[in-house]
Design a protein around this ligand. Sequence first.
Ligand code: TAP
Length: 477
Amino acid sequence: MTFAYAPAPESRSVVDIAPSYGLFIDGEFTEAAGAKVFKTVSPASEEVLSEVAHAAAEDVDRAVRAARKAFEKWSALPGAERAKYLFRIARIIQERSRELAVLETLDNGKPIRESRDSDLPLVAAHFFYYAGWADKLPYAGFGADPRPLGVAGQVIPWNFPLLMLAWKIAPALAAGNTVVLKPAETTPLSALFFADICRQAGLPKGVVNIITGDGSTGAELVTHPGVDKVAFTGSTEVGKAIARTVAGTDKKLTLELGGKAANIVFDDAPVDQAVEGIVNGIFFNQGHVCCAGSRLLVQESVADEILDALKRRMSTLRVGDPLDKNTDIGAINSPEQLARIRELADAGEAEGAERWAPSCELPSTGYWFAPTLFTGVTQAHRIAREEIFGPVLSVLTFRTPAEAVEKANNTPYGLSAGVWTEKGSRILWMADKLRAGIVWANTFNKFDPASPFGGYKESGFGREGGRHGLEAYLNVG
Ligand code: TAP
């Protein structure tokens, strides 16, 4: 059954979206060379939200030059002065958080409860955290006089548009670098609002430049000879291509790529708490999360009990209008992503796994996928190996801790993992054996600006967050 999607008008009016946006270069919004534009669409309503400039190669060059020019003065400012700008940006983000949360939800499709209660507080916290570091760099353990790298070219994905921007821009600026950032084509708006916040904060021109476009714009940016540091978050496929183009140059590189995390539930875990953790692990942000707990490994002796409770809980999840505060699962970000999720879910069935989803009404317009789980999954199935990046959970079972570790590590990725057990010694043993950059114990998807985040293996290299996140923007050799 379907129903028409009608966004709540009072929420929509919180944010004033202009019919068109230019590129933000050297402190000004400007047209792209050739005046090329693209449309950004709400994935929940298919409404065109705005037309956005599509940067050409010469725009990328203009932005990098502006960042280079600004670098001389910005890097020479005392850290305490740079900190003032970052604190100001953090405060403005807090003041405008309602507007930004609605904007993020409109452009991305994520539930307003998540953008309001998770994304925006974390974005502000990130700027506050790195503002605190700006005048303490000589005490960060990188030597007495750590130097910034220069111009950072940063490319981010669509799943947490403003949060990924914060993860990239806050440490770069704190360390004295200047930035050219390219948001994803499907979610450019919050980065453009952020550009306005930079102006509001009086940030010197050229310190932050935002260039919108598609993958070709990203490729122009990361290959530009004036870029000293490339920071990329996105798919492993594009990350590998970037690593190839950067190889042999003097650019520094950090990559945050895909994941296929195991969420491991032992027989002594409290069932209700574990089920909440499983639901949060895979259905938060529609499963568009690089560290999503997309493989549930459950101990055989409690598998039936956990699965029964999980299905009951999934039946209560509300899919639909992302602007409704009661919504648990919003829209899939794009028709392309929806097609990929459908293709992999169909492959799961074709390969013999058993598909289950609660009966739920999906809106007739927009891009939607019901929360889904697969049982009878083997390690050979595509749904156990490939990143789905959607609300689809693959369930596997294990008998012993050693078998859980072996299955959890049987993936080319290594970003995150979760362990649910009452035994502290088992948590420590598992954390030591799991090849994952982050291991959560009796929780999942917990983020903190003070805590480093990053992967092993094909999930990338380098860390964002914490003191480690500064290292990626400093000459520490
Ligand atoms: P990608 O297609 O890799 O896109 C990421 C960004 O790179 C976008 O801004 C994209 O631009 C741009 N891009 C595309 N081709 C490029 C190229 N050849 N050179 C330079 N830039 C290029 O990934 P996605 O579909 O947006 O995001 C989903 C993937 O990101 C998932 O695999 C997910 O796991 C991963 N991800 C990882 C993390 C962390 S922290 N590890 C966080 C979030 C997402 P357009 O969008 O404009 O094409």
